[in-house]
Write a protein that binds this ligand. Structure first.
Ligand code: ZN
Length: 880
């Protein structure tokens, strides 16, 4: 455990490495009581470093040093300084070979960083700084070396031995042991190193690249998961083809491997040629995975594969540049998912996450720019801002340049920087050079934290037939950043006539037949735009397809929103109008007297959605979902969660009661006939049906109950079975709920991924997930503190999704979370630091709640030996 006060690291203090490593030869001797790591590095002084007499400094963490030799000669203990987190060797020549032998204990590694054991197999996670707990090494992404890795282990227990690159040698050793040697011909930073040793089954396939090379594709899983690999393998092949066609990127090694691991802090990791996945992000079958899991798996498999170019071949100079690889790669995987399914639905899902969670982060104590200027613990910066807002920034560049110039820019970026560790600025420069566009103001998106607010006022001049938009933008203050400059915002819009027809957007009196959609480029604090030749006051459709990650303020009337809900040609804005209307109705009921009326036109709009079968059913399925409590919290000034929950419940109850027969009709009609399919249409029908079912059970409808029990019994896929279970769990049918939960667990108790679903269905439900029940789940034999997925599915789901139960007026939810964070901090600080996040926004809540949240944070701060991970989050939350 590191106990010293964590240091802040600043971007502007970046220095080039004093020494470079050209080649690393690793030899791992794996045993049950530990592992010996022999590392031989070919080192030379960096010609770009001015300090020629600098000592060699290698990073380390929790290592037992056994020996150091330089150019084959063992060094005495006086010849180097072993400081624990650093190994310093002074007086080294300009070029030399350094051999370091360390002893580590993977079996006791509960942090799941570096080399550790999961379900009896050895595996690694080295991003961001895990390699330093394997051996002493310059553990920074701008040191790129060629790796050769020999793994030695017991042959019976670990028949499969994997590392990066291509296998070059294997053989038998004394004592029933064996070895395999791997060589990676591409230079890479240590964070992309990976090793796996275990008793795994191998699933094989091949892929022929655009230039005709045959690539071996391999998946390695535990024998019980052998039947759950097909979907990920197919997703991989689709991703490989797509990256060739859309980005011109061909795979480079002879083999590409995926390994599934149960205990994993992240979703997956893009190690060169050897991707390691959290089991829940790769294993799937119709009977055990929901539609949402299938889509998530396809996206994550693609994401990690795409990193082979955007991340591995071209990597980050330092960790401040994390969004260079993550923002670009999330953008690429979002494009891929849109191409594989419904682009509008994908956009709605991405924006929902962005507006609910990233905007909250941007407005909270951990707010930071897409390229942060400082950090204490880099693990805390694997954030929605780096990933999702970073992807939005790339999307805006695409929007401003157009598809062709964007592709030219990406080609130039890969060609210019192949084999290098670079910065977000290098990325933007490649885009500028390829397109001839000036993106200097646009760069503020990387530098300024906070979500820009765009305020729109309109004015119609009947005499001149001119409609004018006055648009102001401002970026709110965030911790450490005030007085921000206006940003370069692509603002897509259209105008509709009263009859619902799109109108031409003529920017001058001379222009006739202008386009029906335009992208205005906002660059100043205040700008006006005039649209000519309009014989009536139009209805504006603003920020179409969410063309920029901003908050738009415009005084929409409920009439306008109802109109846009049924007439906007932009599917995203249609959905958005429905969300804004529902938000407006719910907000007007927060704290309202008992008998307050629910807007009757909302019922009419939802009835139309439920009954008009000519509408895009995938879009309808999304439009029927009411805004979440988390989003309503995010939109409030001083959130009172029980009041928000009550208002939302009231609207839901009113809608379900008023539309009871329509819901029954929709449920009966929306049955996907035949074989289970993963098409957007079939997914939409299942989603519609499950929403209708949930609403019927919400009002304790007996026919709904019969539907749910029958659906649970006869479902041929997990989406429908879990949909029925969820509806029962969230209902007041207490006996049926308990029965279904018992039956579900009995049926799936040997499948950890399904048990995680079972945990989270309960922990996220107000009916089934009150604190005493959460405590029971933690005591359940299937719960395991060492497994991050289990922790997330109970503690994470309770604090993050079961808002009304978590925000109890007595503060018990907050104290519970603080206790669990303290408990977890000793074994897995990374997960503990992520788990604490619901408490960090205490200022967002009404004082009675906020003060108790703050007290819970202070309680965590009082813990002795707090990890740097949790320390940074608590410190920033309390000092903001
Ligand atoms: Zn990634």
């Amino acid at each position: 455990m590191r106990t010293s006060q964590p240091q802040t690291i600043y971007l502007n203090e970046y220095k080039v490495p004093a020494y470079l490593v050209d080649h690393v030869d690793l030899r791992f001797e794996l045993f049950e009581n530990g592992a010996r790591v022999h590392s031989t590095m070919t080192v030379r002084r960096n010609p770009e470093c001015v300090q020629s007499k600098a000592p060699l400094e290698l990073d380390g963490d929790s290592l037992k040093l056994e020996s150091v030799s330089l150019d084959g000669l063992p060094l005495d203990a006086e010849a180097y300084d072993d400081q624990g987190d650093k190994l310093v060797v002074p007086n080294v020549p300009a070029q030399f070979e350094l051999n370091v032998v360390t002893w580590i204990e993977p079996q006791n590694n509960t942090r799941l960083e570096g080399l550790y054991k999961s379900s009896g197999m050895f595996c690694t996670q080295c991003e961001a700084e895990g390699f330093r707990s394997i051996t002493y090494y310059p553990d920074r992404p701008d040191v790129m070396a060629m790796f050769r890795t020999r793994i030695e282990a017991d042959k019976a227990a670990y028949p499969i031995l994997l590392s990066n690159g291509n296998p070059v040698e294997q053989g038998e050793l004394a004592g029933d042991r064996h070895f395999v040697t791997w060589e990676d011909p591409f230079p890479k930073p240590a964070y992309l190193f990976a090793l796996v040793a275990g008793d795994l089954v191998e699933k094989k396939d091949t892929f022929t690249t655009c230039s005709g090379r045959a690539i071996d594709l391999r998946m390695y899983v535990e024998p019980r998961n052998a039947e759950k690999c097909d979907f990920a393998m197919d997703s991989l092949k689709r991703a490989m083809r797509w990256d060739e066609e859309v980005y011109g990127r061909e795979y480079d090694l002879d083999i590409f491997m995926i390994v599934a691991v149960d205990d994993f802090n992240m979703g997956a990791m893009e190690n060169k040629g050897l991707n390691i996945f959290n089991s829940s992000c790769v294993l799937a079958s119709q009977n055990t995975a929901t539609d949402a899991s299938f889509q998530r798996i396809e996206a994550i498999v693609a994401h990690e594969y795409f990193h082979n170019w955007s991340g591995n071949r071209v990597t980050c100079r330092d960790w401040f540049q994390l969004s260079l690889k993550e923002g670009f790669t999330v953008f690429r995987d979002a494009q891929f998912s849109a191409d594989m399914g419904s682009p509008t639905v994908k956009r709605i899902e991405d924006v929902t996450l962005l507006r609910t969670a990233q905007f909250a982060e941007d407005a909270g104590p951990m707010a930071h720019p897409v390229r942060p200027a400082s950090y204490m613990e880099i693990s805390n910066f694997y954030t929605l801002t780096i990933y999702e807002k970073g992807a939005e920034v790339v999307r805006m560049i695409n929007h401003l340049l157009g598809d062709d110039l964007f592709r030219k820019g990406s080609d130039l970026y890969f060609e210019r920087h192949d084999g290098q560790a670079v910065t977000t600025d290098d990325f933007v420069r490649a885009m500028e050079d390829a397109s001839g566009r000036d993106l200097s103001q646009f760069r503020l998106w990387y530098e300024q934290a906070g979500t820009p607010v765009v305020t729109v006022a309109d004015h119609y001049d009947e005499d001149r037939g001119v409609y004018r938009l006055d648009i102001c933008q401002s970026v709110p203050d965030t911790p450490g950043q005030t007085g921000k400059k206006p940003q370069h915002i692509p603002f897509a819009l259209g105008l509709l006539s009263r009859a619902g027809e799109p109108l031409p957007l003529n920017l001058s009196a001379a222009e006739q037949d202008g386009p029906q959609e335009r992208v205005l480029e906002l660059t100043e604090s205040e700008q006006s735009f005039e649209f000519h030749g309009l014989s009536e006051r139009p209805v504006p459709s603003l920020l179409r397809n969410f063309s920029a990650p901003v908050r738009v303020q415009y005084p929409w009337s409920r009439d306008q929103l109802l109109f846009l809900m049924s007439h906007d040609p932009d599917g995203f804005n249609r959905w958005d109008a429905g969300q804004r209307l529902a938000v407006d109705v719910i907000q007007s009921l927060i704290g309202a007297p008992e008998g307050a009326e629910v807007e009757p036109r909302l019922v009419g709009a939802y009835r139309n959605l439920l009954s008009d079968v000519s509408l895009d059913q995938a879009l309808v399925a999304k439009m029927l979902l009411l805004p979440s409590e988390a989003y309503l919290v995010e939109l409030s000034e001083q959130a009172d969660v029980p009041a928000i929950y009550a208002a939302r419940q009231k609207v839901l109850t009113h809608l379900a009661e008023s539309l009871r027969d329509d819901l029954v009709g929709c449920y009966q009609r929306s049955r996907a006939e035949g074989e289970y399919q993963l098409t957007p249409q079939a997914i939409a029908l299942r989603s519609l049906r499950n929403t209708a079912l949930a609403w019927l059970l919400h009002i304790k409808d007996e026919q709904g109950l019969a539907f749910a029990l029958e659906q649970y019994r006869s479902a041929d896929n997990m989406t429908d079975r879990l949909g029925a279970l969820r509806a029962l769990v969230n209902s007041d049918f207490a006996d049926e709920r308990e029965q279904a939960l018992r039956a579900f667990y009995e049926q799936y108790s040997d499948d950890p991924q399904v048990v995680e679903l079972w945990f989270s269905v309960q922990a996220s439900s107000y009916q089934a997930g009150q604190l005493p029940q959460i405590q029971t789940l933690l005591d359940h034999p299937a719960f395991d503190w060492k497994n991050p997925n289990k922790v997330r599915s109970v503690v994470g789901a309770f604090a993050g999704q079961n808002l009304a139960a978590f925000h109890k007026a007595d503060g018990s939810g907050y104290q519970f979370l603080a206790d669990q964070v303290c408990r977890l901090d000793d074994s897995n600080p990374q997960i503990a630091a992520r788990l604490i996040s619901p408490l960090t926004r205490w200022k967002k809540f009404a004082p009675h709640y906020g003060q108790q949240m703050k007290a819970a944070l202070e309680c965590v701060r009082g813990k002795s030996e707090l990890s740097p991970d949790v320390y940074e989050v608590v410190l920033k939350s309390l000092s903001d």
